[in-house]
Design a protein around this ligand. Structure first.
Ligand SMILES: Nc1ncnc2c1ncn2[C@@H]1O[C@H](COP(=O)(O)OP(=O)(O)O)[C@@H](O)[C@H]1O
Ligand SMILES: [Mg+2]
Length: 422
């Protein structure tokens, strides 16, 4: 669905408001969006965790999450490095030499830090000083000899190559250079720690907020969402196969703020474990740019419920949908006049039930539902603001939005004060 056609108000918010278990939401907007609309209602059922490293909601830092917790083995460290790469580049350029080498180096540094419980800020220091032997020693010490040798190889290779790799890696990890961002993912004894495993069986809510695009904190958001979903699957497997109540993971604006590269593979594991992912995209193409053609195809096939709404401008996609909706027979009557009088003939013609141009012109609020085992259906969305509960939810959202504005204002006054006293 295109922007402003009801993805958040008609799908994300109603799902969150009716979720029986834990909820995760990724978002690139705070004011008058899913965060403000659901935060009060969710606070009534559980703890609210807000990870807002770029201050989208100007939310004070009241929690921390250990970004390196899953990086203590090689697979986890590689996955974390992958989040930083995917957040910065499109699928097409994510596999060139520099990207791959930078991703390997980042992975090695994450593993070195994580295996010795060092903070992520150490990784930044090592990135700035490729000649520092500390990470190689730490890796060797932890028994990761092959990774240590590989990192040593990169560090002692040709200077131009090494500098190129390190510069690329620094760009990928650049969001962590901001101490205000890094603080959210660095251990802090004074604040509660967000724990993905405990979250899976709670009725808590995790809001993951970030700006779009390269250099933003979206890699952190993707890493956190990934960690939560993986933890939920593990907890489910330990407790009889399914989470009950299920965990809802709403990846709003997924291609902008939550590019989990192996989401297509992850998808097929989640549903059967009571972990319900809801990936929200503006177009099919947006998904292809993020996960590649094969990846998006896998994601699309793995989704048992697909909803397509207004503003689809992609001719191939609308044609494909039109074919899936199917054909019907239409009766045409033609009348011809000749000397012998009038004659009427009736013929049958096969027509598309919903031609591509009609799909392109779907009005706001109308969606196509593609669910396994049934014909394509056309539905009206029921946005939260048209529900009876909007009487309560609407004012709550307005209050939360006002609080964001007030926090922003208070900050700018603080900064003015600093300016005056300097
Ligand atoms: N509280 C509300 N009251 C009335 N209309 C609303 C309200 N919130 C959103 N809308 C309408 O819904 C449209 C879609 O909003 P949204 O769900 O945020 O779109 P998307 O997430 O697809 O970008 C908005 O353009 C607006 O017209
Ligand atoms: Mg939205």
């Amino acid at each position: 669905m295109a922007p402003r056609s009801g993805k958040t108000s008609g799908l994300a918010i109603p799902a969150i408001l009716s979720a029986p278990g834990p909820v995760l939401l990724t978002s690139n907007k705070a004011a008058n969006d899913a965060f403000t609309t659901t935060v009060d209602a969710r606070a009534e059922v559980g703890t609210i965790w807000t990870l807002d490293p770029q201050q989208i909601a100007h939310h004070p830092r009241e929690m921390w999450w250990d970004i390196l917790a899953d990086a203590r083995d090689l697979a986890g460290a590689k996955r974390l490095a992958g989040h930083f790469v995917t957040a910065s580049v499109d699928e097409s350029s994510g596999s060139d030499f520099w990207s791959t080498a930078a991703s390997n180096t980042l992975g090695a540094l994450f593993l070195a830090a994580a295996s010795h419980r060092r903070p992520i800020t150490d990784v930044l220091a090592w990135l700035a000083m490729p000649a520092d032997r500390t990470p190689v020693d730490l890796l060797t010490d932890a028994g990761h000899h092959a990774v240590a040798a590989q990192l040593q190889g990169t560090v002692s290779g040709a200077t131009e190559t090494r500098d190129g790799i390190y510069e690329t890696a620094r760009q990928y990890a650049s969001c962590l250079l901001d101490p205000d961002v890094a603080a959210w993912v660095t251990p802090n004894d004074d604040l509660p720690e967000f724990r993905p495993f405990a979250f899976a069986t709670s009725r808590d809510t995790l809001y993951l907020l970030s700006k779009d695009g390269g250099g933003s904190a979206s890699a952190i958001i993707a890493a956190a969402a990934d960690a939560v979903m993986r933890a939920a699957v593990i907890v489910a497997e330990r407790s009889g196969g399914r989470l009950d109540p299920p965990a809802l993971c709403v990846l709003d604006e997924a291609a902008n703020v939550c590019r989990i590269s192996d989401l297509p593979d992850l998808y097929s594991h989640l549903g059967s474990r009571g972990v319900i992912p809801m990936t929200i995209l503006q177009s099919y193409r947006q998904g292809q740019r993020c996960w590649g053609e094969a990846g998006m195809d896998a994601l699309y096939s793995a989704a048992t419920i697909k909803i397509i709404g207004s503003g689809i401008d992609d001719a191939d996609f609308t044609d494909r949908l039109s074919r899936q909706v199917g054909d019907h027979d239409v009766q045409t009557t033609s009348v011809s006049t000749s000397e012998g009088g009038k004659s009427t003939s009736v013929s049958m013609r096969t027509e598309r039930i919903l031609p591509p141009d009609a799909i392109r012109a779907l009005p706001k609020g109308k969606v196509l539902l593609l669910a396994t085992g049934i014909r394509v259906a056309m539905l009206n969305l029921k946005p939260w603001y048209k529900e009876p509960s909007a009487k309560v939810v609407g004012p709550a959202s307005a209050r939360a939005t006002k609080a964001i504005t007030e926090r922003a204002l208070a900050k700018s006054i603080d900064q003015d004060d600093l300016g005056l006293s300097a």
